[in-house]
Write a protein that binds this ligand. Structure first.
Ligand SMILES: Cc1cc2nc3c(=O)[nH]c(=O)nc-3n(C[C@H](O)[C@H](O)[C@H](O)COP(=O)(O)O)c2cc1C
Length: 188
């Protein structure tokens, strides 16, 4: 069985280390896991409930929801901006949480990683893990990946001068496989 993972960067910077982490995940994907980097969340309009009706919902939003629905797992690389996720990623998540009960981001296995500043982004992940868990997803949090000053060690092309980061990304991808296997076994 090949499981699918959508890998999304929450940074739009050309030299982004978070984009590097999602490309690294695609490069290091183990057998049985197909990791696709999903660009374009910056093209989503700011969430507006008036837009979010069957007649008015923009095609880019429907495509984003469909891509997430089709994936078994998500690998989110989230920069810490003022102790929270970047606005562009928060907005992309908000689009996935409506309509409640039919929202696209449920039943997924989700891993969150961070490259941030000196603190490594220790405050950005816990609230996202809690909220995405409450929305009905299985959160895979170990081993923790909170890279301090990652932009000094991770290139946006997914390469790194620090082999420890690759070891951690590989281990997290393995943890995604294990969670997906458990989910499948539980369902059958
Ligand atoms: C508006 C803004 C706020 C930031 N706030 C934090 C912060 O609260 N904690 C932190 O560790 N780094 C913070 N940083 C640093 C970013 O996390 C850092 O630049 C990170 O590498 C950005 O990810 P990227 O390389 O993928 O673009 C902030 C950066 C910006 C631009």
């Amino acid at each position: 069985v090949v499981s699918t993972v959508l890998a999304v960067s929450g940074s739009l910077r050309a030299g982004s280390a978070n984009t590097g982490l999602v490309r690294m995940a695609a490069r290091l994907a183990p057998d049985g896991l197909a990791v696709t980097v999903r660009d374009g969340i910056d093209l989503l309009p700011h969430y507006n409930a008036d837009l979010d009706t069957p007649d008015t919902v923009p095609d880019v939003c429907t495509a984003w929801r469909d891509d997430v629905r089709a994936a078994d797992a998500l690998f989110l690389a989230v920069p810490e901006y003022n102790y929270g996720p970047s606005g562009v990623l928060k907005n992309a998540i908000d689009w996935l949480t409506r309509p409640v009960g039919e929202h696209a981001i449920r039943g997924k296995v989700i891993a969150i990683v961070t490259s941030a500043g000196r603190g490594g982004g220790s405050r950005v992940q816990p609230p996202l893990v809690e909220i995405l868990g409450l929305l009905g997803n299985t959160m895979v949090t170990e081993p923790a990946i909170m890279v301090a000053k990652g932009n000094e060690r991770i290139s946006s092309d997914g390469s790194t001068t620090d082999p420890e980061i690759e070891t951690l990304v590989r281990a997290r991808l393995d943890a995604i496989v294990a969670a997906l296997t458990e989910q499948r076994d539980g369902a059958s």
